[in-house]
Design a protein. Structure first.
Lengths: 242, 416
């Protein structure tokens, strides 16, 4: 999928938070958005996914050249857009395995035998160093921050999206977990030729990932773009000069 | 009737019928019609299976699920196929406990039941071998009866009771008493799924002796009007009481659920968890009350009441209350919350490709399932879950509304 964000402005409760962002993510590309807290990164991610409380003030979001602004979140997910939440919700009583199966059925028409599905989940959980017992529990209920992030990636594995937006996949993770998550994400990106937008505050996760197109976002706008050299500059000087 | 009028009406009725003894709950009173029970119609007559067994036919859905009923009560008939269950005239067992534990002085509903019930259902269970019983109550006429469960020392019993109705404007008034011996275990699951024209007045009272365990699961899905007054006491050292209540109400259903748990002794544990989901103009009073008596050292008590409102006109009054007479090493907590559906949670579910209607269903059924998860009786879990799911999906209350006594399927164990 070729995802193009054209001069997008988004309002939250009447206040413009994203102020004219343009970005194009082609299949297999890895884009990174960095920026200080409150610069509009998460709002941008949610707007791409179609959060119903956000108001698109101007601009457009195109998937393979067609506007998706009129589509609901579930319709965008069916098209192949995935959002990894910065703060995944906990839903007590909703079995994780049941949820994964329901979600898979919602986005895919391909039948999958239960045994095949279970084997796939177990294998992916092992790859993510996720305790197997977690898949028998309620969705994110009582999970640690790191476990929640890994469960998000597990969902990404199940849904196999064409475009993945990862909102701080590394926050709350220890050093080993960052590597595990990054390696899994990178493997999926290559295997499925997945376009990817990663929002992060840290460069460590990018050490395990491929060539990067970096966008620096400040006050709702993309103020600088570049490659690894820009990343090094930000690491040294912060965002004040960006 | 709008809510203000509803409240004023309730208060007016309360003024003339002061049933509530808790000052807080006096302001949230729900009146209940108490019909006069004709002598013959209200008298359940225990009928030997051989007398009426030939009339029994099958309910395909229940047969398919492999569910038998050990007791079926309908109109003036009570058919028992279990040796553990005896159906008899109240007068013939005046030396036993029915009506003595839940006393007439407790409230006017108990007084009414004691004055009008002519039939007793006795369940004596002794022995360590666990037993499961299924009971079906069909409200095809006004019905007042009492049942008494005597669970012997170290005995284990699991009971599932289902209330349905035929669609007539009837009132079912079961008064139940439970006496649990030392180290015994009782799991009781009551599913109310009477039709919207029916009313349920559910009175239950129980005591748990030393190291005994009572788990009560009350699933209130049906009946136009439900009033429950449940009173349980952890009487023995180390005894435990867990009550889980799940409520789903739609259209103009009214629920008034008053459950009182008391820690009487050392190291006793009580827990009340209530979850209610209401839509349309349904209303619910949740009155969870916990009391820790003097000398209940190291007691534990928790009352939790949570609600979800699916419409602007639905209303939940969650009123957890506690009275603590002893504070040494005691843990006592209560909480209440009521909110509309969590929009962020819905967006999360939607973002996984799941449509709005299904996302709502998933969210609500997940919430309700927390309060059903304590049910270990397989039939009780299966039917309670399916009834709740049907209600969440918009189904009317009153499962199998065409049901009649002749449609009940059960297995004749004695003839095996």
């Amino acid at each position: 999928m070729d995802l193009e964000i054209k001069d997008l402005a988004v309002k939250v409760n009447g206040k413009e938070v994203v102020k004219g962002v343009s970005l194009r993510i082609k299949p297999g590309e890895l884009h990174v958005v960095m920026g200080p807290n409150g610069s509009g990164k998460t709002t941008l991610a949610k707007a791409i996914m179609g959060h119903p409380q956000l108001e698109t003030a101007s601009g457009d979001i195109l998937a393979d050249g067609k506007s998706i602004l009129g589509l609901k979140a579930n319709e965008r997910a069916k098209m192949g857009i995935f959002l990894q939440f910065q703060n995944p919700v906990e839903i007590e009583g909703l079995g994780l395995l049941n949820f994964l199966n329901t979600a898979r059925g919602a986005v895919s028409d391909e039948p999958l035998q239960y045994r095949e599905f279970m084997n796939d989940i177990k294998s992916a959980s092992k790859s993510l160093a996720l305790k197997e017992e977690l898949i028998g529990r309620s969705l994110n209920h009582g999970f640690s921050g790191g476990e929640k992030k890994k469960v998000e990636i597990l969902q990404m594995h199940v849904l196999k999206p064409k475009i993945a937006i990862l909102d701080e996949p590394d926050s709350g993770l220890d050093i080993d977990a960052v590597r595990v998550v990054a390696e899994n994400v990178e493997r999926m990106r290559k295997e499925y030729n997945m376009g990817m937008l990663v929002i992060t505050h840290y460069s460590r996760i990018l050490e395990y990932m491929g060539s990067t197109l970096l966008h620096v976002m400040k006050d709702g706008r993309i103020v600088r773009e570049g490659g690894r050299e820009l990343l090094e500059e930000i690491e040294k000087a912060g965002y004040s000069d960006a | 009737m709008d809510y203000k009028a509803f409240r004023e009406d309730a208060l007016e009725k309360y003024a003339s019928l002061p049933d509530e003894t808790n000052d807080l709950y006096k302001r949230y009173f729900t009146e209940m019609r108490l019909p006069e029970i004709p002598a013959e119609a209200g008298s359940l007559k225990g009928a030997p299976l051989s007398d009426s067994g030939s009339e029994a036919t099958e309910i395909p859905a229940l047969k398919k699920a492999g569910i038998n009923f050990d007791l079926v009560v309908s109109g003036s008939n009570a058919i028992s196929t279990s040796g553990s269950i005896k159906v008899c005239e109240m007068e013939s067992i005046s030396d036993r406990l029915p009506g003595k534990l839940y006393r007439s002085s407790d409230n006017r509903f108990a007084a009414y039941s004691n004055a009008n019930s002519r039939t007793a259902i006795l369940v004596d269970h002794n022995g360590e071998a666990p037993e499961r019983l299924n009971m079906l109550f069909i409200g095809d006429s006004d019905l007042s009866f009492q049942s008494f469960f005597n669970i012997g020392e170290k005995s284990r019993l699991s009971v599932f009771q289902m209330f349905v109705s035929t669609g007539k404007p009837t009132t079912s008034m079961p008064l139940q008493e439970f006496v649990l011996g030392k180290g015994s275990e009782l799991e009781l699951t009551l599913l109310s799924n009477a039709g919207s024209a029916a009313s349920l007045l559910h009175l239950s009272k129980g005591t748990v002796a030393e190291n005994g365990t009572l788990k009560a699961n009350f699933v209130y899905a049906g009946a136009g009007r439900t009033k429950a007054i449940n009173i349980f006491g952890a009487n023995g050292t180390g005894s435990s009481i867990e009550v889980n209540e799940a409520v789903y109400g739609s259209s103009s259903q009214i629920f008034d659920i008053n459950t009182c748990l008391t820690n009487h002794t050392e190291r006793s544990r009580t827990r009340l968890s209530t979850g209610a989901v209401l839509t349309d103009t349904a209303r619910c009073n949740l009155k969870g009350y916990a009391k820790i008596d003097r000398y209940a050292k190291a007691a534990f008590s928790n009352v939790s009441e949570k609600g979800i409102l699916l419409s602007a006109d639905a209303r939940i009054d969650a009123l957890p209350d506690m009275s603590i007479d002893y504070s040494d090493q005691v843990s006592a907590t209560h909480s209440a919350s009521t909110s509309p559906m969590d929009k962020e949670a819905l967006f999360y579910i939607n973002s996984r490709g799941i449509g709005e209607a299904q996302a709502r269903e998933i969210f609500v059924s997940s919430f309700i399932s927390k309060y059903l998860s304590g049910i270990s009786h397989p039939n009780a879990m299966e039917i309670s879950s399916s009834v709740m799911l049907s209600r969440i999906r918009g189904g009317a209350c009153g499962m199998l509304p065409e049901i009649t006594a002749k449609d009940v399927w059960y297995e004749n164990k004695e003839k095996k």
